[in-house]
Design a protein around this ligand. Structure first.
Ligand code: GRF
Length: 204
């Protein structure tokens, strides 16, 4: 059984997609060992607890405390995932925080990230809003979803496991486009987790 640690920051609809896929037998040989949120009020924690999945809030130090404090918390989190939850793979499912190498080196090529845009485009926050702006400026005709491995600290970049385009319609506003992107995210994340764990890439 492959044990997943799923990191979230908010609503947790992508976490829910994984829970549903496991419960319906679409994602086999997988168990969610723990759900972690950096925000105490993340609704995704509630989704996990309702299913009896361990769900923990891990507060991060404020930005003014500097990068060393953040890295220290990353290292502690990685140790906790290994030691208390025996996590094999980490899935960033709407985790809105950069993970430093202090975390990533503890899970080499075993961290999966979901990015609501096509590979290499709109890294960072508000990717859907920025894609819509680019569409309105005539620079792009479609956006998409990417699920990739996280080898290092580069934001929303790494070997692509799966990507899928999402057309942008002239009538789209942020809500309409977000709804379609999220639907595709839910499908892609489940499929990408299945692919990644069944064809592990070599450790670097
Ligand atoms: C998703 O769009 C994800 O790509 C982005 O944050 C959103 C999280 O949604 N990074 P949810 O919490 O899974 O509902």
């Amino acid at each position: 059984m492959i044990r997943l640690g799923i990191l979230i920051s908010g609503y947790g609809s992508n976490l829910q997609a994984i829970i549903d896929a496991i419960e319906s037998g679409r994602l086999l040989g997988v168990k969610i060992a723990v759900v972690v949120s950096d925000r105490a009020d993340a609704y995704g924690l509630e989704r996990a607890r309702r299913r009896g999945i361990p769900a923990i809030h891990v507060p991060y130090p404020p930005r003014k405390n500097g990068a060393a404090a953040r890295r220290g918390q990353d290292a502690k989190l990685a140790a906790r995932l290994h030691q208390q939850h025996a996590v094999d793979w980490v899935v960033l499912a709407g985790w809105l925080r950069l993970l430093s190498n202090d975390f990533l080196t503890e899970f080499p090529m075993r961290v999966i990230n979901l990015h609501p845009a096509l590979p290499g485009l709109f890294p960072g926050l508000h990717a859907i809003e920025r894609a819509l702006e680019a569409y309105r400026a005539g620079r792009i005709s479609e956006t998409g979803v990417t699920v990739h491995l996280v080898p290092d600290e580069e934001v929303d970049a790494g070997p692509v496991i799966l990507t899928r385009a999402v057309p942008i319609l002239p009538t789209d506003d942020v809500d309409a486009l977000s709804a379609r992107v999220h639907q595709v995210e839910h499908e892609c994340l489940v499929e990408a987790v299945a692919r990644a764990i069944s064809a592990p890439t070599p450790r670097t």
